[in-house]
Design a protein around this ligand. Structure first.
Ligand SMILES: Nc1ncnc2c1ncn2[C@@H]1O[C@H](COP(=O)(O)OP(=O)(O)OP(=O)(O)O)[C@@H](O)[C@H]1O
Length: 321
């Protein structure tokens, strides 16, 4: 058995334009060669801003969409040919749930479980209890959060080998988010693999071992959370009692984003402070502080690089891809 649960290689997905001729959307390349490798037994965070391509990638993994180019392997099988036997080993929570409104929550869960041959039927009630979901209520009147509980329960109920969860915490209040993360940890502890997408790092930070960051259809970074934290660096502030020129601090190794305001210098430090401190020590240093940056700040660095989706759409249209 291979130790890789999910492997995607050079995935490309083009969406054709849609709609009537007078308001037809242009063709669009949503994935531009995505590589992803999720190891068996790990919790893997799939992070990116809205529209980055997370759902498109996930839907390809489940063969709900076919890629324009590239290869996918899930639990050692090719989703496009493996059929229901592969689906039965996966718990999938879609980003957008569609459920029949006339059923009760309990009937819907029983129905979803029956589609997979009934595995996990007995776990419905305890999970509903844990998430405070009333199984007798019709879906029609349920809030977004209650519908999301149904989605979470149906994904976990049959204790699958692999969980693929698209924005799982959306709509859940903080208490239920915590309950959900406990469920993820329990799945990991019994050896399951979890891929979960989010646009907020803090949602996956505590459970994920590794994360991949996708932006505009490209993976821009894959790393373990500990390394990411290290890369996040420190925000350094130095107060000088004499005149300093900002240029003295430009180009120092590991020092970025240098700003001088009066006698106060701020910068981002990644790595050793040696070079920075040696330049600072030529002056009268009245005070200093160095604060670890939040991982969220690093994450935002990746987001900040401007992307113009309209220009990209036009380019795809122009090249007829
Ligand atoms: N059927 C479609 N036709 C055309 N474009 C699409 C289609 N589905 C998605 N897109 C576009 O592809 C890009 C990627 O969408 P996708 O839903 O995969 O992103 P995402 O990262 O999951 O974002 P979100 O968090 O908003 O769901 C977006 O720009 C989206 O508008």
């Amino acid at each position: 058995m291979t130790d890789v649960a999910i492997r995607a290689e050079r995935l490309v997905k083009d969406y054709a334009g849609s709609g009537p001729p007078w308001k037809r959307t242009a063709p669009f390349r949503a994935l531009q060669g995505v590589d992803l490798e999720v190891r068996r037994g790990e919790v893997f965070g799939f992070l990116g801003p809205n529209g980055a391509g997370k759902s498109t990638t996930i839907r390809i993994l489940l063969d709900l969409l076919r890629p324009t180019a590239g290869r996918v392997e899930v639990l050692g099988r090719t989703p496009a040919t493996a059929g229901p036997s592969l689906r039965a080993r996966i718990g999938y929570l879609p980003g957008e749930l569609t459920m029949a409104g006339q059923r009760t929550a309990g009937e819907e869960l029983a129905y979803l479980v029956s589609l997979r041959g009934g595995a996990g039927r007995d776990a419905i009630a305890p999970l509903a209890e844990r998430f405070g979901l009333d199984l007798d209520r019709p879906i029609r009147g349920l809030s977004k959060g209650n519908k999301q509980k149904i989605g979470v329960i149906q994904a976990f109920v049959h204790a699958p080998e692999l969980l693929i969860l698209d924005e799982p915490t959306s709509g859940l209040d903080p208490l239920l988010q915590r309950e959900f993360l406990d469920l993820v940890r329990e799945a990991r502890d019994r050896g399951a693999t979890v891929l979960m997408s989010s646009h907020v790092l803090s949602e996956v930070e505590d459970v994920a071992g590794r994360v991949a960051i996708i932006r505009a259809g490209e993976i821009v970074d894959t790393d373990d959370v500990g390394t990411l934290r290290h890369h996040a660096g420190q925000q350094v502030v130095l107060h000088f009692g004499d005149h300093v020129a900002v240029e003295e601090f430009h180009g120092l190794p590991g020092v970025e984003d240098v700003r001088l305001d009066g006698g106060q210098l701020t910068c981002l430090l990644r790595g050793e402070p040696d070079a920075l401190l040696k330049v600072a020590a030529r002056h009268h240093v009245r005070g200093w502080s160095a604060q670890d940056r939040e991982l969220e700040d690093l994450f935002l660095d990746f987001y900040r690089l401007p992307v113009d989706p309209v220009a990209e759409r036009e380019e795809v249209a122009a090249h007829g891809r």
